[in-house]
Design a protein around this ligand. Sequence first.
Ligand code: GUN
Length: 284
Amino acid sequence: MIIDGKKVSDKIKSELKNKVYKLKEGGIVPGLAVILVGNNPASKIYVKNKQKACEEIGIQSRQYLLDEKTSQKDLLELIEHLNKSTQTHGILVQLPLPSHIDEFTVAQAINAEKDVDCFNASNVGKLILDKSNLLPCTPAGIIELLKRYHIQIQGKNCTIVGRSNIVGKPLALMMLKENSTVTICHSKTLELENFCRQADILISAVGKQKTIKADMVKPKATVIDVGINRNSEGKICGDVDFSGVFPKAGFITPVPGGVGPMTIAMLMKNVICAAELHLSSPLD
Ligand code: GUN
Protein backbone atom coordinates (compact mmCIF):
# COMPACT_ATOMS: atom_id res chain seq x y z
CA MET A 1 0.00 0.00 0.00
CA ILE A 2 1.28 3.43 -0.91
CA ILE A 3 1.34 5.97 1.90
CA ASP A 4 -0.10 9.22 0.54
CA GLY A 5 1.85 12.00 2.25
CA LYS A 6 0.20 14.67 0.16
CA LYS A 7 -3.29 13.63 1.25
CA VAL A 8 -2.32 13.42 4.95
CA SER A 9 -0.50 16.76 4.80
CA ASP A 10 -3.57 18.39 3.22
CA LYS A 11 -5.70 17.04 6.06
CA ILE A 12 -3.26 18.36 8.69
CA LYS A 13 -3.11 21.77 7.01
CA SER A 14 -6.90 22.02 7.04
CA GLU A 15 -6.87 21.14 10.77
CA LEU A 16 -4.22 23.81 11.36
CA LYS A 17 -6.29 26.42 9.50
CA ASN A 18 -8.79 26.30 12.37
CA LYS A 19 -6.03 26.91 14.90
CA VAL A 20 -4.81 29.92 12.91
CA TYR A 21 -8.36 31.22 12.83
CA LYS A 22 -8.61 30.97 16.62
CA LEU A 23 -5.25 32.70 17.10
CA LYS A 24 -6.37 35.52 14.82
CA GLU A 25 -9.56 35.90 16.84
CA GLY A 26 -7.30 36.47 19.84
CA GLY A 27 -5.36 39.14 17.92
CA ILE A 28 -2.33 37.01 17.00
CA VAL A 29 -1.32 36.50 13.38
CA PRO A 30 1.24 33.67 13.34
CA GLY A 31 4.34 34.81 11.45
CA LEU A 32 7.20 32.86 9.90
CA ALA A 33 10.43 34.43 8.67
CA VAL A 34 12.27 32.35 6.07
CA ILE A 35 15.87 33.26 5.26
CA LEU A 36 17.58 31.96 2.14
CA VAL A 37 21.21 32.82 1.49
CA GLY A 38 22.34 32.29 -2.10
CA ASN A 39 20.81 30.60 -5.11
CA ASN A 40 20.74 26.86 -4.43
CA PRO A 41 18.02 25.73 -6.88
CA ALA A 42 16.61 23.00 -4.59
CA SER A 43 16.53 25.40 -1.62
CA LYS A 44 14.63 27.96 -3.72
CA ILE A 45 11.94 25.36 -4.45
CA TYR A 46 11.71 24.30 -0.77
CA VAL A 47 11.39 27.92 0.34
CA LYS A 48 8.66 28.56 -2.24
CA ASN A 49 6.74 25.50 -1.06
CA LYS A 50 6.97 26.68 2.55
CA GLN A 51 5.62 30.09 1.58
CA LYS A 52 2.76 28.49 -0.36
CA ALA A 53 1.78 26.40 2.67
CA CYS A 54 1.80 29.51 4.88
CA GLU A 55 -0.52 31.29 2.46
CA GLU A 56 -2.84 28.28 2.35
CA ILE A 57 -3.44 28.25 6.08
CA GLY A 58 -3.22 31.93 6.93
CA ILE A 59 0.28 32.18 8.42
CA GLN A 60 2.06 35.39 7.52
CA SER A 61 5.32 34.48 5.83
CA ARG A 62 8.15 36.91 5.26
CA GLN A 63 11.00 35.90 2.98
CA TYR A 64 14.53 37.24 3.23
CA LEU A 65 16.42 36.35 0.06
CA LEU A 66 20.04 37.25 0.70
CA ASP A 67 22.97 37.38 -1.67
CA GLU A 68 25.38 34.40 -1.72
CA LYS A 69 28.14 36.73 -0.43
CA THR A 70 26.18 37.96 2.62
CA SER A 71 28.50 37.98 5.63
CA GLN A 72 27.82 35.87 8.70
CA LYS A 73 27.71 39.09 10.74
CA ASP A 74 24.91 40.53 8.57
CA LEU A 75 22.97 37.29 8.77
CA LEU A 76 23.31 37.21 12.56
CA GLU A 77 22.11 40.82 12.75
CA LEU A 78 19.01 39.96 10.73
CA ILE A 79 18.31 37.00 13.05
CA GLU A 80 18.74 39.27 16.08
CA HIS A 81 16.24 41.72 14.59
CA LEU A 82 13.75 38.87 13.98
CA ASN A 83 14.31 37.49 17.48
CA LYS A 84 13.01 40.84 18.80
CA SER A 85 10.11 41.15 16.35
CA THR A 86 6.78 40.44 18.05
CA GLN A 87 5.22 39.62 14.67
CA THR A 88 7.69 36.81 14.01
CA HIS A 89 6.95 33.59 15.87
CA GLY A 90 9.13 31.28 13.81
CA ILE A 91 12.53 31.80 12.17
CA LEU A 92 13.90 29.37 9.60
CA VAL A 93 17.28 29.62 7.89
CA GLN A 94 17.28 27.31 4.88
CA LEU A 95 20.22 24.91 4.73
CA PRO A 96 22.74 24.41 3.24
CA LEU A 97 24.42 27.77 3.85
CA PRO A 98 27.40 29.05 1.82
CA SER A 99 30.69 27.64 3.18
CA HIS A 100 31.82 30.96 4.77
CA ILE A 101 28.84 30.81 7.17
CA ASP A 102 28.86 28.44 10.14
CA GLU A 103 25.57 26.56 10.44
CA PHE A 104 25.98 25.86 14.16
CA THR A 105 26.59 29.55 15.00
CA VAL A 106 23.52 30.52 12.98
CA ALA A 107 21.30 27.89 14.63
CA GLN A 108 22.47 29.06 18.05
CA ALA A 109 21.59 32.68 17.22
CA ILE A 110 17.90 31.87 16.75
CA ASN A 111 15.76 32.37 19.86
CA ALA A 112 14.96 28.80 21.02
CA GLU A 113 11.23 29.60 21.19
CA LYS A 114 11.28 30.67 17.53
CA ASP A 115 13.47 27.79 16.34
CA VAL A 116 10.78 26.04 14.29
CA ASP A 117 13.33 23.68 12.69
CA CYS A 118 14.39 22.51 16.17
CA PHE A 119 18.04 22.84 15.14
CA ASN A 120 19.58 24.73 18.03
CA ALA A 121 21.43 22.98 20.84
CA SER A 122 18.92 23.96 23.51
CA ASN A 123 16.03 22.40 21.58
CA VAL A 124 18.03 19.31 20.60
CA GLY A 125 18.93 18.89 24.29
CA LYS A 126 15.27 19.19 25.26
CA LEU A 127 14.39 16.66 22.56
CA ILE A 128 16.70 14.10 24.18
CA LEU A 129 14.97 14.74 27.51
CA ASP A 130 11.47 14.59 25.94
CA LYS A 131 10.86 18.20 26.98
CA SER A 132 10.78 19.99 23.63
CA ASN A 133 7.68 21.92 22.55
CA LEU A 134 8.96 22.11 18.98
CA LEU A 135 9.85 18.91 17.14
CA PRO A 136 12.13 18.55 14.12
CA CYS A 137 9.87 18.67 11.07
CA THR A 138 10.90 15.68 8.94
CA PRO A 139 11.09 13.16 11.82
CA ALA A 140 7.79 14.48 13.22
CA GLY A 141 6.23 14.14 9.77
CA ILE A 142 7.34 10.50 9.50
CA ILE A 143 5.90 9.59 12.90
CA GLU A 144 2.66 11.39 12.08
CA LEU A 145 2.38 9.39 8.83
CA LEU A 146 2.94 6.09 10.65
CA LYS A 147 0.30 6.99 13.25
CA ARG A 148 -2.28 8.18 10.76
CA TYR A 149 -1.89 4.90 8.82
CA HIS A 150 -2.20 2.96 12.13
CA ILE A 151 1.21 1.36 11.66
CA GLN A 152 2.36 -0.01 14.99
CA ILE A 153 5.66 1.44 16.21
CA GLN A 154 5.86 0.06 19.74
CA GLY A 155 7.95 -3.10 19.98
CA LYS A 156 8.88 -3.00 16.28
CA ASN A 157 12.39 -3.06 14.87
CA CYS A 158 13.16 0.25 13.20
CA THR A 159 16.29 0.62 11.08
CA ILE A 160 17.26 4.14 10.07
CA VAL A 161 19.82 4.52 7.29
CA GLY A 162 21.53 7.91 7.63
CA ARG A 163 22.78 9.78 10.72
CA SER A 164 22.26 13.44 9.82
CA ASN A 165 21.47 16.05 12.46
CA ILE A 166 18.29 16.98 10.55
CA VAL A 167 16.79 13.51 10.09
CA GLY A 168 18.63 10.36 11.24
CA LYS A 169 19.71 11.36 14.75
CA PRO A 170 16.52 13.14 15.92
CA LEU A 171 14.34 10.49 14.26
CA ALA A 172 16.14 7.77 16.22
CA LEU A 173 15.33 9.59 19.49
CA MET A 174 11.70 10.06 18.51
CA MET A 175 11.21 6.44 17.41
CA LEU A 176 12.79 5.38 20.68
CA LYS A 177 10.27 7.52 22.54
CA GLU A 178 7.56 5.62 20.62
CA ASN A 179 9.04 2.41 22.07
CA SER A 180 10.49 0.92 18.91
CA THR A 181 13.89 -0.80 18.93
CA VAL A 182 16.11 1.48 16.90
CA THR A 183 19.21 0.75 14.82
CA ILE A 184 21.06 3.57 13.07
CA CYS A 185 23.15 2.69 10.02
CA HIS A 186 25.47 4.93 8.03
CA SER A 187 28.09 5.02 5.30
CA LYS A 188 30.58 2.97 7.33
CA THR A 189 28.09 0.29 8.41
CA LEU A 190 29.24 -3.19 7.39
CA GLU A 191 26.64 -5.48 5.85
CA LEU A 192 23.93 -2.82 5.72
CA GLU A 193 21.54 -5.32 4.13
CA ASN A 194 21.47 -7.46 7.29
CA PHE A 195 20.33 -4.52 9.44
CA CYS A 196 17.77 -3.49 6.84
CA ARG A 197 16.34 -7.01 6.56
CA GLN A 198 15.60 -7.04 10.31
CA ALA A 199 13.48 -3.91 10.07
CA ASP A 200 9.71 -3.85 10.47
CA ILE A 201 10.04 -0.14 9.74
CA LEU A 202 12.90 0.76 7.39
CA ILE A 203 13.67 4.45 6.92
CA SER A 204 16.23 5.71 4.44
CA ALA A 205 17.59 9.26 4.72
CA VAL A 206 20.81 9.06 2.75
CA GLY A 207 20.39 11.14 -0.41
CA LYS A 208 21.53 8.43 -2.84
CA GLN A 209 19.21 6.70 -5.27
CA LYS A 210 18.75 2.90 -5.14
CA THR A 211 20.32 2.66 -1.66
CA ILE A 212 17.49 0.31 -0.66
CA LYS A 213 16.80 -2.62 -2.99
CA ALA A 214 14.15 -5.32 -2.77
CA ASP A 215 16.49 -7.98 -1.33
CA MET A 216 17.22 -5.68 1.67
CA VAL A 217 13.57 -5.47 2.70
CA LYS A 218 11.71 -7.81 5.06
CA PRO A 219 8.43 -9.00 3.51
CA LYS A 220 5.51 -6.72 4.52
CA ALA A 221 7.85 -4.13 6.11
CA THR A 222 6.98 -0.43 6.15
CA VAL A 223 9.47 1.47 4.00
CA ILE A 224 9.84 5.23 4.46
CA ASP A 225 11.88 7.11 1.87
CA VAL A 226 13.28 10.49 2.94
CA GLY A 227 15.65 10.90 -0.02
CA ILE A 228 15.16 13.58 -2.65
CA ASN A 229 17.50 12.83 -5.56
CA ARG A 230 17.52 13.25 -9.30
CA ASN A 231 17.94 10.20 -11.52
CA SER A 232 19.87 10.10 -14.82
CA GLU A 233 16.78 11.43 -16.65
CA GLY A 234 16.59 14.42 -14.28
CA LYS A 235 13.47 13.09 -12.56
CA ILE A 236 13.03 13.37 -8.77
CA CYS A 237 13.47 10.05 -7.01
CA GLY A 238 14.10 8.80 -3.48
CA ASP A 239 16.69 6.47 -1.92
CA VAL A 240 14.51 3.41 -2.44
CA ASP A 241 14.27 1.42 -5.66
CA PHE A 242 10.51 1.96 -5.63
CA SER A 243 9.44 -0.39 -8.43
CA GLY A 244 11.52 -3.25 -6.99
CA VAL A 245 10.56 -2.71 -3.33
CA PHE A 246 6.87 -1.86 -3.78
CA PRO A 247 5.65 -5.47 -4.34
CA LYS A 248 7.52 -6.68 -1.23
CA ALA A 249 6.69 -3.89 1.24
CA GLY A 250 3.54 -3.70 3.36
CA PHE A 251 3.52 0.10 3.22
CA ILE A 252 5.80 2.40 1.25
CA THR A 253 6.12 6.16 0.77
CA PRO A 254 6.60 7.50 -2.77
CA VAL A 255 8.97 10.30 -3.79
CA PRO A 256 7.61 12.84 -4.48
CA GLY A 257 4.37 12.83 -2.47
CA GLY A 258 5.52 10.97 0.65
CA VAL A 259 7.62 12.51 3.41
CA GLY A 260 8.25 15.87 1.67
CA PRO A 261 4.76 17.37 2.09
CA MET A 262 4.69 16.13 5.69
CA THR A 263 7.85 18.09 6.54
CA ILE A 264 6.09 21.27 5.48
CA ALA A 265 2.88 20.41 7.37
CA MET A 266 4.95 19.87 10.54
CA LEU A 267 6.73 23.19 10.01
CA MET A 268 3.31 24.88 9.89
CA LYS A 269 2.38 23.06 13.10
CA ASN A 270 5.56 24.33 14.78
CA VAL A 271 4.91 27.95 13.74
CA ILE A 272 1.42 27.75 15.24
CA CYS A 273 2.79 26.10 18.37
CA ALA A 274 5.40 28.90 18.68
CA ALA A 275 2.65 31.52 18.27
CA GLU A 276 0.55 29.81 20.96
CA LEU A 277 3.56 29.73 23.29
CA HIS A 278 4.05 33.43 22.62
CA LEU A 279 0.43 33.95 23.70
CA SER A 280 1.17 32.43 27.08
CA SER A 281 4.48 34.28 27.48
CA PRO A 282 4.51 37.36 25.23
CA LEU A 283 7.89 38.96 24.61
CA ASP A 284 6.54 42.49 24.83
N1 GUN B 1 17.44 21.93 4.18
C1 GUN B 1 17.01 20.67 3.96
N2 GUN B 1 16.04 20.35 4.84
C2 GUN B 1 15.86 21.42 5.64
C3 GUN B 1 15.00 21.71 6.73
O1 GUN B 1 14.19 20.87 7.18
N3 GUN B 1 15.12 22.95 7.27
C4 GUN B 1 16.01 23.86 6.82
N4 GUN B 1 16.06 25.02 7.43
N5 GUN B 1 16.83 23.63 5.81
C5 GUN B 1 16.76 22.42 5.22
